[in-house]
Write a protein that binds this ligand. Structure first.
Ligand SMILES: Nc1nc2c(ncn2[C@@H]2O[C@H](COP(=O)(O)OP(=O)(O)OP(=O)(O)O)[C@@H](O)[C@H]2O)c(=O)[nH]1
Ligand SMILES: [Mg+2]
Length: 252
């Protein structure tokens, strides 16, 4: 199985080195898979580039030149693996945890989400905790799932989930769009334990208000799309309800 690791990075020269080192250790250990590493930056001057290249990563430049979602979608287009793994470049996610994600993919999951509810987080302030709880509730209502951490940026999924549609999300709302797409596809979605550390250096790129509204809008937009889709696909709903293999965990 070929796995493409796609890592978004904007001015992460202080943190990408240790992340790629941990990834290198993981790749050396997981000899049953072949890997490629694609780091997506926004411009030629980004200081992340030489550091990433010194670890043998392929660096590509997002043509939109801004936005985590734009960077990820561009990276997906550049990736050759049947399975895509995404995590942040600021040291918050530990690539050494990839094993348990890949095991679930091998067991038939379409998407595996790292759960900070199961793995804990050192990076939560009150606003983020509130935001995460709110969006988790909203996603549960709109999609009838019991997923606990849809917003986490540590995910592994089959590439076909992100082909054949026009992405709308440009920034951090990409996390919602990816999960919504997986739910609509009917694949099995699994959450596994993943710990979130504080960013190891450099500066935060997200903004609570700006990105919060984009995420809210993505939840509502994708939820509405899902409910309309359900109306026109009664047989898919029946199959979803009957087949535990195809239903997202906890789906109604
Ligand atoms: N290429 C690219 N990457 C981005 C962009 N915005 C965020 N990222 C990357 O996406 C990941 C998540 O961004 P962070 O700034 O860590 O967001 P956060 O986790 O909410 O904030 P922290 O608490 O500071 O970690 C990091 O690896 C960023 O480098 C962007 O506009 N372009
Ligand atoms: Mg971060």
């Amino acid at each position: 199985m070929r796995v493409s690791v796609v890592i978004p990075a904007r001015n992460e020269d202080l943190t990408i080195g240790p992340v790629l080192e941990q990834l290198r250790e993981t790749i050396a250990r997981l000899t049953q898979y072949t890997f490629e590493t694609v780091v997506v930056v926004d411009d030629e001057q980004d200081p992340t580039i030489p550091v990433a290249q010194s670890y043998g990563a392929r660096v590509v430049i997002s043509p939109q030149r801004r936005g985590k979602g734009n960077a990820l979608y561009y990276g997906f287009g550049q990736a050759s693996g049947a399975v895509l793994a995404i995590f942040d470049s600021d040291g918050s996610h530990d690539p050494r945890e990839l094993d348990r994600f890949l095991v679930e993919i091998e067991n038939g999951a379409g998407m595996v989400i790292g759960s900070r509810v199961l793995g804990g987080s050192d990076d939560h302030d009150v606003i983020r905790l509130f935001g995460n709880a709110l969006f988790t509730m909203l996603m549960s209502l709109l999609f009838s799932t019991t997923l606990m951490d849809t917003l986490n940026g540590f995910k592994v999924f089959r590439k076909e989930l992100v082909t054949g549609y026009t992405p709308r999300a440009k920034g951090f709302d990409v996390e919602i769009e990816l999960v919504a797409k997986a739910i609509r596809s009917g694949c099995r979605i699994v959450e596994v334990r993943a710990h979130e550390s504080r960013r190891a250096g450099g500066r935060m790129k997200s903004r609570a208000i700006r990105d919060g509204f984009a995420i809210l809008w993505a939840c509502l937009r994708e939820g509405f799309k899902f409910r309309v889709w359900q109306l026109f696909h009664p047989s898919a709903n029946k199959a979803r309800a009957e087949s535990s293999k195809c239903a997202p965990r906890g789906a109604a």
